[in-house]
Design a protein around this ligand. Structure first.
Ligand code: SF4
Ligand code: SF4
Length: 58
């Protein structure tokens, strides 16, 4: 199964993805997004809405 991967060098900790993830699979810790791989449903919403293009699904 594919999961969202955060490039922490690009992530600004804006929390846009936290608020938009339908599975509540993302948290921001120390200003970097972190995806719970068990909860991610591979919808790619976060990939589309991240203003920093910091998330890919692979
Ligand atoms: S939307 Fe992008 S920049 Fe903002 S917290 Fe999520 S991964 Fe980081
Ligand atoms: S791919 Fe969808 S379910 Fe997975 S972290 Fe991104 S928004 Fe959440």
């Amino acid at each position: 199964m594919l999961v969202a991967i955060v490039d922490i060098s690009k992530c600004t900790g804006c929390e846009t993805c936290v608020n938009e993830c339908p599975a509540s699979a993302i948290v921001v810790e120390n200003e970097k997004a972190k995806v719970d791989k068990e909860m991610c449903v591979d919808c790619q919403t976060c990939v589309d809405i991240c203003p920093s293009e910091a998330i890919v699904v692979e």
